[in-house]
Design a protein around this ligand. Structure first.
Ligand code: GRF
Length: 229
């Protein structure tokens, strides 16, 4: 019985919703995804690999980064994903950065944009260009521990459960409709690295599912009305 399993197992998590038992709808076209990343890019790579295994039925067509030399770029090279640098240091304002992002994204005709470790606050400019189509991953059980250093915040608060959340992006930082969450235990002796790694293993699982759910909510990728007879 799942309820009696040892929750202190380091890789134990409680995820909701569970991955769908049903098969993906047939006839669905592959979604076109863009990813925005600032750092290591492990969530970006996990999403690419999930797409290449067919769930979600999607293709990551573009990576945007804001930091030259960040780890996500090396992953994109290895995975043969086109990437582009949009350096916030070259922009006079957050809005101007978002305009540059939009200019890069729109020609790609992406269905969803995934913020996978995007460490810039986005403005209503970007949100309005992709309404309900921006997905973010955050290393806490929102609404707890918004903002920077969520793992450190959880350790400082002494919580015994924390986790990660994939959600649609709203105007407030780390807020917006929740798509998927996974709870993980905080173990005795944890530091920000050990707990962060445990959380990230769950992020890599829930982000592909969140993309699938966001697409289903919007009816993205479904055949046009009447096309299936
Ligand atoms: C993740 O923990 C994510 O929740 C946060 O930034 C981190 C990015 O990690 N927003 P990575 O670059 O995907 O490895």
């Amino acid at each position: 019985m799942p309820a009696l399993l040892d929750p202190s197992d380091p890789d134990r998590s409680v995820q909701w919703p569970l991955p769908p038992a049903r098969p993906l709808p047939t006839g669905q076209r592959a979604l076109r995804l863009a990813v925005m990343a600032s750092g290591n890019g492990s969530n970006f790579e996990a999403l690419v690999r999930a797409c290449r295994q067919g769930s979600p039925k999607a293709e990551v067509v573009q990576l945007l980064v804001n930091n030259p030399g960040c780890g996500a770029i090396a992953r994109a090279e290895r995975l043969a994903i086109p990437w582009q640098l949009v350096d916030h240091r070259q922009q006079p304002s957050r809005e101007a950065l978002d305009q540059q992002l939009i200019a890069s994204l729109q020609p790609q005709a992406v269905d969803l944009v995934v913020m996978a470790g995007w460490m810039r606050i986005v403005t209503p400019v970007l949100i309005a260009a992709f309404p309900n189509r921006l997905v973010n991953i955050h290393p806490s059980l929102l609404p707890s521990f918004r903002g920077l250093n969520a793992v450190g915040q959880a350790l400082a608060a002494g919580v015994t459960l924390t986790g990660c959340t994939a959600h649609l992006v709203g105007e407030a930082v780390d807020a917006g409709p929740i798509l998927v969450q996974a709870a993980v235990p905080v173990l005795a002796g944890d530091d920000a690295i050990s707990l962060g790694q445990r959380i990230q293993r769950q992020e890599h699982r829930i982000l592909p599912l969140a993309v699938q759910l966001a697409a289903e909510r919007l009816g993205l990728g479904q055949a046009a009305a009447g096309a299936q007879g």
